[in-house]
Write a protein that binds this ligand. Sequence first.
Ligand SMILES: [Ca+2]
Length: 513
Amino acid sequence: MKWINSSKWLAAWICILFAVASAGLQPDTAHAHTTGVMQATYGTEVNQALNGLDVANAELSLSATASTAITNGTDWKDTAGNPIQANSGNILKVGSTYYWYGEHAENWKFEKVNVYTSTDLKNWSFRSSILTKDSAPELNSSKIERPKVIYNKTTGKYVLWAHYENGMDYSLGRVAVATSDTPDGNFAYQGSFRPLNYESRDMTVFTDTDGSGYLITASRKNGGANDTMAIFKLTADYTGVQSFVGWIFENGYREAPAVVKKNNTYYLFTSQASGWYPNQGAYATASSMTGSWSALSPFGDPAAYGSQIHSIATITGSAGTSYIYMGDRWNPLNLSDHKFIWLPLTLNDSNKTATLNWYSSWDLDAATGTVILPSLVNHAQGKTATASSAASSSPASLANDGNAQTSWKAASASWPAWWQVDLGSTKTISEVDISWFMYKGSEAYYKYKIEYSTDGVNYSTIDRTGNTTYGFTSDKVNFQARYVRINLVNAVLFNNPNNWYTPTVHEVRLLGN
Ligand SMILES: [Ca+2]
C-alpha cells in the first residue's frame, strides 16, 4: 500500500474504509475475534492511512500488540507489522532463539527465502532474506519451494535445501542447496540437481540424532510424476546426496513430506497430491529412517483442517517437549491469499499414533515446552442428531460422533438438505467447526446456513452461502441454542459444471464454554 504515502485524500480514506471493513467483515473466514495478531494486522494499516492524512483526533486507537496466542487462519504479521512471508519452511532452534524459515513468492515465482526469529514462538521479528532471486542467475526466474534449513555439527554450516524448478512449470524436478556460516546470513548458492538423477519435487530434509541426514522427496518410479516417494541419505556435510535408501508409498502419489522423531519412533507425514486443494493427510511410522515403514494412517480431518503440512517443530522446554504441526492453507482460488495453520500435534509412544485436533486459537509456553489449550467444550458430540434423510449406513449420528473420518450422508443427491442436533438444553455456542466431504479431482466448497433455536420452532440464521473455503470451515459465532441445524444449500464443484455430490458432512463441532 505504498501509494498511501502520496497522501491523496480520497485514496487514503478509501484505504481506511477498506481496512475497517476488512476488520469488521469476515464472513468467509469468520475469524474476526480480537487477538494480538488481528490488532497488529489492521492497526498498522489504519495507522498508516491516518498518518498520511494527518488526522489528529482519530478515534481508531488500534495499535500493534504482542501476540499472546497462536491464532489460526488469520493474517500473521511480524513485530514490525509487516505480513510474515515464510510459507512451506521449517523452524530451527539456535541457542535460545527459534529461526523460522520460509518462502516468499510473487506471481508463483520465487522472490526470497526469509528468516524470522522469536524466543516465544508467537512474536516473530523479520531477520533477513537468506536467499533471493538475485543470489544466482538460475534463481532469477524460478520456483524455490519448501525450503528447509538444517545444521551440520561437523562442518558448523547451516545448509538450505529446497525444491527447484524453472519459472514456468514443474518439469525439472530438482533440489537446490545453499550454505551459510550463520543461521541468518546470506546463503551461498551451490546449484540445483536431481538427486542421483531421480526426479525430486515436494521434499524435506531430516537430521537424525546420530548425525545422519536424509532427503525425503516426491519422486517418480513407475511413470507418473510424484507417483512414489524416495528417501536418500545425505553426504556427511549435508550438501549432497550420498545414497538411495528406498522407495515408500509406491504409486501413492503423496507429497508434502515432514519427518519428526520422538524417542525411537520416526513419523513421516504427507499429504495427497491434489494441486492447491486441501486433502486428507496421513502418516507412517518406522523404527529407522531406512524402514520398514508402516501403512499410512489418516490424521486430522479429510481436509487436514484446510491445510497442507510442511514441517513439524519440536519444542523442548523445562517441563517437556511439544510438537507443532506447521501447515500452509493455500487458497486455490487466490494463491496470494495464504494463511499459516499451526496446531499442537500429539505423538503417542505406546501405540505409535499421531493425533491432530483443530484449535482456532491456542497457546504455547516455549520456556516450559508445554501446550495450553482453550477450555472449550464440543456441545454437539454424542447428542441426538437428525437429518432431512440419511443413507442406510451413514446415519445423522456420524456427523457428531467425534470422528472426522465417519460421516452422515443424505439418502440421495438432492439439495438442499439439512442436519440437526439437539443439545439437550440451551448452550452458549462461540464456534462452529464443520469438516465437509470433498472428492479429490472434483473438490467443492459448500454454501450453507447455520440455523439455531432455543425451542425447535423459531430459528435464527447465520448465512454462510458466501463461503468459498474448501474442506473445513470454522465460524466464530455467539448465540444460545438447544437446536442447531446445518442447512446444506449447495456444493460448488471446481472441475465440474454440475453438483453431483450427495450432501455429506464428516463432523460438526459446536464449541462453547
Ligand atoms: Ca464423524
